[in-house]
Design a protein around this ligand. Sequence first.
Ligand code: ZN
Length: 389
Amino acid sequence: MDPVRILADLVQLPSINPMGRDLPPELIHESRVTAYLEKLFTSHGLRCLRSMALPGRENIVAFLDPPGPASSTILFEAHQDTVPIDGMTIDPFGGRVEGGKLFGRGACDVKGGMASMLAAFLRLHQKKKSGMPQVVMACTVDEEHGFHGIQKIAGSSWVREKDPKSIWAVIAEPTQLRIVNAHKGAVRWDLITRGKSCHSSTPHLGENAIYRMGALVPVVEAYAKKLAQGPRHPRLGSASLSMGMIKGGTSVNTVPDSCTAQFDRRLLPGEAPLAAVEDFRSYLHSSCPGDWFEVTEPWLAAPALGDEHSAELVQGLGDCLRKVLGQSVVEAVPYGTDAATLGDLGIPAVVFGPGNIAQAHTKDEWIETDQLYKAMEILILLVEGKSLN
Ligand SMILES: [Zn+2]
Protein backbone atom coordinates (compact mmCIF):
# COMPACT_ATOMS: atom_id res chain seq x y z
CA MET A 1 0.00 0.00 0.00
CA ASP A 2 1.02 3.56 -0.67
CA PRO A 3 2.26 5.35 2.48
CA VAL A 4 0.63 8.62 1.38
CA ARG A 5 -2.75 6.87 1.07
CA ILE A 6 -2.30 5.30 4.53
CA LEU A 7 -1.28 8.65 6.02
CA ALA A 8 -4.33 10.42 4.58
CA ASP A 9 -6.53 7.72 6.16
CA LEU A 10 -4.79 8.09 9.54
CA VAL A 11 -4.97 11.90 9.57
CA GLN A 12 -8.72 11.73 8.87
CA LEU A 13 -9.20 9.72 12.10
CA PRO A 14 -8.93 12.07 15.09
CA SER A 15 -6.82 10.61 17.91
CA ILE A 16 -6.14 13.58 20.16
CA ASN A 17 -4.49 12.99 23.49
CA PRO A 18 -6.59 15.23 25.78
CA MET A 19 -3.66 15.55 28.24
CA GLY A 20 -6.06 15.87 31.14
CA ARG A 21 -8.33 18.41 29.43
CA ASP A 22 -12.04 18.14 28.73
CA LEU A 23 -12.29 17.85 24.91
CA PRO A 24 -15.09 16.52 22.66
CA PRO A 25 -15.33 12.71 22.92
CA GLU A 26 -15.50 12.33 19.12
CA LEU A 27 -11.98 13.79 18.82
CA ILE A 28 -10.10 12.26 21.71
CA HIS A 29 -8.27 8.98 22.31
CA GLU A 30 -6.94 6.46 19.85
CA SER A 31 -9.85 4.01 19.32
CA ARG A 32 -10.62 5.10 15.74
CA VAL A 33 -7.00 4.63 14.69
CA THR A 34 -6.75 1.32 16.56
CA ALA A 35 -9.82 -0.01 14.72
CA TYR A 36 -8.38 1.11 11.36
CA LEU A 37 -5.08 -0.63 12.11
CA GLU A 38 -6.79 -3.83 13.19
CA LYS A 39 -8.73 -3.92 9.94
CA LEU A 40 -5.58 -3.19 7.94
CA PHE A 41 -3.63 -6.01 9.61
CA THR A 42 -6.37 -8.65 9.55
CA SER A 43 -7.33 -7.89 5.94
CA HIS A 44 -3.73 -8.76 5.02
CA GLY A 45 -3.83 -11.95 7.06
CA LEU A 46 -1.47 -10.64 9.72
CA ARG A 47 -1.61 -11.84 13.30
CA CYS A 48 -2.29 -8.93 15.67
CA LEU A 49 -3.24 -8.34 19.24
CA ARG A 50 -4.75 -5.45 21.13
CA SER A 51 -3.81 -4.69 24.72
CA MET A 52 -5.34 -2.13 27.02
CA ALA A 53 -2.81 0.42 28.30
CA LEU A 54 -5.39 2.81 29.81
CA PRO A 55 -9.19 2.49 30.08
CA GLY A 56 -10.55 2.32 26.52
CA ARG A 57 -7.10 2.96 25.03
CA GLU A 58 -5.35 0.04 23.39
CA ASN A 59 -1.98 -0.65 21.86
CA ILE A 60 -2.18 -2.80 18.77
CA VAL A 61 0.75 -5.01 17.79
CA ALA A 62 1.06 -7.01 14.56
CA PHE A 63 3.51 -9.83 13.92
CA LEU A 64 5.16 -10.78 10.66
CA ASP A 65 6.57 -14.22 11.29
CA PRO A 66 8.86 -15.61 8.59
CA PRO A 67 8.50 -19.25 7.57
CA GLY A 68 10.79 -21.22 9.86
CA PRO A 69 12.55 -19.94 12.96
CA ALA A 70 13.70 -16.33 13.25
CA SER A 71 16.87 -15.59 15.18
CA SER A 72 16.15 -11.90 15.58
CA THR A 73 13.33 -9.38 15.71
CA ILE A 74 13.01 -5.92 14.22
CA LEU A 75 10.45 -3.87 16.09
CA PHE A 76 8.82 -0.85 14.46
CA GLU A 77 7.04 1.39 16.96
CA ALA A 78 4.87 4.45 16.36
CA HIS A 79 2.36 6.22 18.61
CA GLN A 80 -1.30 6.56 17.63
CA ASP A 81 -2.05 9.77 19.56
CA THR A 82 -1.55 13.38 18.52
CA VAL A 83 -1.51 16.64 20.44
CA PRO A 84 -4.70 18.79 20.49
CA ILE A 85 -5.73 21.05 17.59
CA ASP A 86 -6.06 24.46 19.30
CA GLY A 87 -5.33 27.39 16.99
CA MET A 88 -4.82 25.31 13.85
CA THR A 89 -5.19 27.30 10.63
CA ILE A 90 -5.86 24.28 8.39
CA ASP A 91 -8.44 21.48 8.54
CA PRO A 92 -6.77 19.27 11.14
CA PHE A 93 -8.42 16.11 9.81
CA GLY A 94 -8.42 16.90 6.09
CA GLY A 95 -5.30 15.05 4.94
CA ARG A 96 -5.05 17.36 1.92
CA VAL A 97 -2.06 16.79 -0.38
CA GLU A 98 -0.67 19.87 -2.11
CA GLY A 99 2.74 20.87 -3.45
CA GLY A 100 4.36 17.62 -2.30
CA LYS A 101 3.08 18.00 1.26
CA LEU A 102 0.31 16.31 3.22
CA PHE A 103 -1.42 18.55 5.77
CA GLY A 104 -3.17 17.71 9.05
CA ARG A 105 -2.76 17.06 12.76
CA GLY A 106 -0.34 14.19 13.22
CA ALA A 107 0.91 14.29 9.61
CA CYS A 108 4.41 14.90 10.94
CA ASP A 109 4.12 13.68 14.56
CA VAL A 110 3.81 10.81 14.00
CA LYS A 111 1.20 9.39 11.68
CA GLY A 112 3.64 10.03 8.81
CA GLY A 113 6.27 7.83 10.43
CA MET A 114 3.59 5.26 11.22
CA ALA A 115 2.41 5.25 7.57
CA SER A 116 5.97 4.62 6.32
CA MET A 117 6.38 1.78 8.80
CA LEU A 118 3.02 0.25 7.89
CA ALA A 119 3.76 0.47 4.17
CA ALA A 120 7.18 -1.18 4.72
CA PHE A 121 5.60 -3.82 6.97
CA LEU A 122 2.95 -4.75 4.37
CA ARG A 123 5.56 -4.81 1.59
CA LEU A 124 7.76 -7.14 3.66
CA HIS A 125 4.73 -9.32 4.34
CA GLN A 126 4.21 -9.76 0.59
CA LYS A 127 7.86 -10.64 0.05
CA LYS A 128 8.00 -12.87 3.13
CA LYS A 129 10.80 -15.40 2.93
CA SER A 130 12.67 -17.73 5.24
CA GLY A 131 15.79 -16.34 6.84
CA MET A 132 14.30 -12.92 7.44
CA PRO A 133 13.94 -11.61 10.98
CA GLN A 134 10.57 -11.51 12.67
CA VAL A 135 9.13 -8.02 12.17
CA VAL A 136 6.78 -6.56 14.75
CA MET A 137 4.74 -3.40 14.24
CA ALA A 138 3.66 -1.86 17.55
CA CYS A 139 1.24 1.07 17.52
CA THR A 140 1.04 2.55 21.00
CA VAL A 141 -1.23 4.95 22.87
CA ASP A 142 -0.50 7.93 25.09
CA GLU A 143 2.99 8.93 23.96
CA GLU A 144 2.22 12.66 24.09
CA HIS A 145 1.29 12.66 27.76
CA GLY A 146 2.07 9.75 30.08
CA PHE A 147 4.02 7.12 28.05
CA HIS A 148 1.59 4.42 29.24
CA GLY A 149 1.46 2.66 25.86
CA ILE A 150 5.17 1.94 25.58
CA GLN A 151 5.35 0.90 29.25
CA LYS A 152 2.72 -1.74 28.51
CA ILE A 153 4.76 -2.94 25.51
CA ALA A 154 7.93 -3.07 27.61
CA GLY A 155 6.15 -5.33 30.12
CA SER A 156 4.52 -7.64 27.57
CA SER A 157 5.50 -11.30 27.38
CA TRP A 158 6.48 -11.19 23.69
CA VAL A 159 9.17 -8.63 24.61
CA ARG A 160 10.17 -10.11 27.97
CA GLU A 161 10.69 -13.65 26.64
CA LYS A 162 13.23 -12.51 24.05
CA ASP A 163 16.91 -11.81 24.60
CA PRO A 164 16.95 -7.98 24.49
CA LYS A 165 20.05 -8.10 22.31
CA SER A 166 18.16 -10.10 19.65
CA ILE A 167 15.83 -7.14 19.05
CA TRP A 168 16.43 -3.98 17.05
CA ALA A 169 13.85 -1.31 17.80
CA VAL A 170 13.15 1.64 15.52
CA ILE A 171 10.89 4.27 17.05
CA ALA A 172 9.09 6.62 14.69
CA GLU A 173 9.45 10.35 15.33
CA PRO A 174 10.09 13.09 12.78
CA THR A 175 13.91 13.03 12.60
CA GLN A 176 14.18 14.15 8.96
CA LEU A 177 15.47 10.68 8.11
CA ARG A 178 18.36 11.09 10.53
CA ILE A 179 19.24 8.51 13.16
CA VAL A 180 18.74 9.68 16.73
CA ASN A 181 20.58 7.44 19.18
CA ALA A 182 20.59 9.63 22.31
CA HIS A 183 18.22 11.99 24.07
CA LYS A 184 17.47 13.20 27.57
CA GLY A 185 14.76 11.76 29.80
CA ALA A 186 12.31 13.60 32.06
CA VAL A 187 10.83 13.18 35.49
CA ARG A 188 8.16 15.43 37.00
CA TRP A 189 6.86 15.75 40.53
CA ASP A 190 5.27 18.16 43.03
CA LEU A 191 6.55 19.92 46.11
CA ILE A 192 3.83 20.75 48.63
CA THR A 193 4.22 23.08 51.60
CA ARG A 194 1.71 22.87 54.44
CA GLY A 195 0.56 25.63 56.78
CA LYS A 196 -2.40 26.53 58.92
CA SER A 197 -5.22 28.63 57.52
CA CYS A 198 -7.06 31.40 59.34
CA HIS A 199 -8.69 34.73 58.52
CA SER A 200 -6.29 37.15 56.86
CA SER A 201 -7.10 39.86 59.43
CA THR A 202 -5.27 37.78 62.05
CA PRO A 203 -2.39 36.26 60.04
CA HIS A 204 -0.30 35.74 63.22
CA LEU A 205 -2.72 32.95 64.17
CA GLY A 206 -1.94 30.93 61.04
CA GLU A 207 1.05 29.53 59.16
CA ASN A 208 1.29 30.81 55.61
CA ALA A 209 2.09 27.96 53.19
CA ILE A 210 3.00 30.46 50.44
CA TYR A 211 5.68 32.06 52.66
CA ARG A 212 6.97 28.56 53.33
CA MET A 213 7.18 27.86 49.61
CA GLY A 214 8.95 31.20 49.23
CA ALA A 215 11.57 30.04 51.73
CA LEU A 216 12.22 26.93 49.65
CA VAL A 217 12.55 28.73 46.30
CA PRO A 218 16.18 29.91 46.77
CA VAL A 219 17.13 26.43 48.02
CA VAL A 220 15.64 24.90 44.88
CA GLU A 221 17.38 27.47 42.70
CA ALA A 222 20.74 26.66 44.28
CA TYR A 223 20.10 22.96 43.66
CA ALA A 224 19.24 23.64 40.01
CA LYS A 225 22.47 25.64 39.56
CA LYS A 226 24.50 22.84 41.14
CA LEU A 227 22.88 20.37 38.75
CA ALA A 228 23.65 22.52 35.71
CA GLN A 229 27.31 22.59 36.77
CA GLY A 230 27.38 18.83 37.34
CA PRO A 231 28.55 16.04 35.03
CA ARG A 232 28.15 16.72 31.31
CA HIS A 233 27.25 14.22 28.63
CA PRO A 234 29.45 14.90 25.57
CA ARG A 235 26.43 15.23 23.27
CA LEU A 236 23.55 16.16 25.59
CA GLY A 237 25.18 18.60 27.99
CA SER A 238 24.15 18.69 31.64
CA ALA A 239 21.08 17.54 33.51
CA SER A 240 18.64 20.30 34.47
CA LEU A 241 15.82 21.25 36.81
CA SER A 242 13.08 23.78 36.21
CA MET A 243 10.41 24.94 38.64
CA GLY A 244 7.54 25.57 36.26
CA MET A 245 4.40 26.26 38.29
CA ILE A 246 3.34 27.45 41.73
CA LYS A 247 -0.21 27.31 42.96
CA GLY A 248 -1.38 28.22 46.45
CA GLY A 249 -4.17 29.76 48.44
CA THR A 250 -7.94 29.87 48.06
CA SER A 251 -8.83 33.54 48.53
CA VAL A 252 -7.15 36.84 49.31
CA ASN A 253 -8.67 37.00 52.80
CA THR A 254 -7.54 33.54 53.87
CA VAL A 255 -4.05 32.61 55.08
CA PRO A 256 -3.22 29.65 52.80
CA ASP A 257 -2.62 26.24 54.32
CA SER A 258 -1.21 24.65 51.17
CA CYS A 259 1.01 25.60 48.25
CA THR A 260 2.16 23.31 45.43
CA ALA A 261 5.03 23.71 42.97
CA GLN A 262 5.76 21.51 39.94
CA PHE A 263 9.17 20.43 38.72
CA ASP A 264 10.58 19.21 35.44
CA ARG A 265 13.93 17.47 35.79
CA ARG A 266 15.74 16.46 32.61
CA LEU A 267 17.82 13.32 32.92
CA LEU A 268 21.04 12.19 31.29
CA PRO A 269 21.55 8.59 30.12
CA GLY A 270 22.27 6.43 33.15
CA GLU A 271 20.23 8.54 35.56
CA ALA A 272 17.25 6.72 37.08
CA PRO A 273 14.12 8.89 37.36
CA LEU A 274 13.30 7.78 40.92
CA ALA A 275 16.87 8.34 42.12
CA ALA A 276 16.76 11.89 40.73
CA VAL A 277 13.63 12.66 42.75
CA GLU A 278 15.14 11.09 45.86
CA ASP A 279 18.27 13.21 45.49
CA PHE A 280 16.13 16.38 45.30
CA ARG A 281 14.12 15.25 48.33
CA SER A 282 17.13 14.58 50.52
CA TYR A 283 18.80 17.85 49.46
CA LEU A 284 15.70 19.79 50.51
CA HIS A 285 15.28 17.96 53.79
CA SER A 286 18.93 18.38 54.74
CA SER A 287 18.80 22.11 53.86
CA CYS A 288 15.43 22.79 55.52
CA PRO A 289 14.64 20.62 58.54
CA GLY A 290 10.97 20.23 59.46
CA ASP A 291 7.89 18.35 58.39
CA TRP A 292 6.06 21.28 56.78
CA PHE A 293 6.79 20.25 53.21
CA GLU A 294 6.56 17.10 51.16
CA VAL A 295 8.19 16.00 47.89
CA THR A 296 5.70 13.72 46.12
CA GLU A 297 6.40 10.62 44.08
CA PRO A 298 6.81 11.49 40.37
CA TRP A 299 3.70 11.66 38.21
CA LEU A 300 5.72 11.31 35.03
CA ALA A 301 8.96 9.38 34.60
CA ALA A 302 10.72 8.61 31.32
CA PRO A 303 14.37 7.62 31.17
CA ALA A 304 16.96 9.05 28.78
CA LEU A 305 18.14 7.19 25.69
CA GLY A 306 21.83 6.31 25.75
CA ASP A 307 23.84 4.94 22.85
CA GLU A 308 25.59 2.11 24.68
CA HIS A 309 23.53 -0.75 23.15
CA SER A 310 22.77 0.54 19.69
CA ALA A 311 26.11 0.75 17.80
CA GLU A 312 25.36 -2.23 15.53
CA LEU A 313 21.84 -0.99 14.77
CA VAL A 314 23.14 2.50 13.99
CA GLN A 315 25.67 0.94 11.61
CA GLY A 316 23.02 -1.24 9.91
CA LEU A 317 20.49 1.56 9.56
CA GLY A 318 23.24 3.98 8.49
CA ASP A 319 24.12 1.63 5.57
CA CYS A 320 20.47 1.77 4.42
CA LEU A 321 20.41 5.57 4.69
CA ARG A 322 23.55 5.86 2.59
CA LYS A 323 22.01 3.61 -0.09
CA VAL A 324 18.81 5.66 -0.34
CA LEU A 325 19.94 9.19 0.56
CA GLY A 326 23.65 9.09 -0.22
CA GLN A 327 24.50 10.03 3.36
CA SER A 328 23.60 9.24 6.94
CA VAL A 329 23.48 11.57 9.92
CA VAL A 330 23.50 10.39 13.54
CA GLU A 331 22.49 12.88 16.20
CA ALA A 332 21.36 13.49 19.79
CA VAL A 333 18.16 15.51 20.35
CA PRO A 334 16.64 17.38 23.30
CA TYR A 335 13.13 15.86 23.17
CA GLY A 336 12.13 12.55 24.76
CA THR A 337 10.69 9.50 22.96
CA ASP A 338 9.38 5.97 23.53
CA ALA A 339 12.80 4.62 22.51
CA ALA A 340 14.24 5.19 25.98
CA THR A 341 11.79 2.81 27.65
CA LEU A 342 12.99 -0.01 25.39
CA GLY A 343 16.62 1.10 25.67
CA ASP A 344 16.25 0.77 29.44
CA LEU A 345 15.60 -2.97 28.95
CA GLY A 346 18.90 -3.33 27.09
CA ILE A 347 17.16 -3.40 23.69
CA PRO A 348 19.14 -1.57 20.96
CA ALA A 349 16.78 1.29 20.09
CA VAL A 350 16.98 4.33 17.84
CA VAL A 351 14.57 7.02 16.72
CA PHE A 352 14.06 7.46 13.00
CA GLY A 353 11.35 8.78 10.73
CA PRO A 354 10.20 11.13 7.99
CA GLY A 355 9.33 14.78 8.65
CA ASN A 356 10.92 17.58 10.64
CA ILE A 357 10.25 18.05 14.36
CA ALA A 358 9.89 21.78 13.57
CA GLN A 359 6.52 20.99 11.94
CA ALA A 360 5.31 18.81 14.84
CA HIS A 361 2.48 20.24 16.99
CA THR A 362 2.20 23.33 14.71
CA LYS A 363 -0.88 25.23 13.52
CA ASP A 364 -0.45 24.02 9.91
CA GLU A 365 1.27 20.68 10.52
CA TRP A 366 2.53 18.98 7.34
CA ILE A 367 5.01 16.45 6.03
CA GLU A 368 6.82 16.11 2.71
CA THR A 369 5.35 13.09 0.94
CA ASP A 370 8.72 12.30 -0.65
CA GLN A 371 10.13 11.59 2.83
CA LEU A 372 7.41 9.00 3.44
CA TYR A 373 8.59 6.92 0.48
CA LYS A 374 12.24 7.27 1.42
CA ALA A 375 11.56 6.18 5.01
CA MET A 376 9.60 3.17 3.74
CA GLU A 377 12.44 2.16 1.45
CA ILE A 378 15.04 2.52 4.21
CA LEU A 379 13.01 0.38 6.63
CA ILE A 380 12.58 -2.37 4.03
CA LEU A 381 16.35 -2.37 3.41
CA LEU A 382 16.99 -2.57 7.16
CA VAL A 383 14.98 -5.78 7.44
CA GLU A 384 16.41 -7.25 4.25
CA GLY A 385 19.92 -6.41 5.39
CA LYS A 386 19.33 -8.39 8.58
CA SER A 387 18.06 -11.41 6.66
CA LEU A 388 20.23 -14.52 6.43
CA ASN A 389 21.30 -15.20 2.87
ZN1 ZN B 1 5.69 12.02 18.50
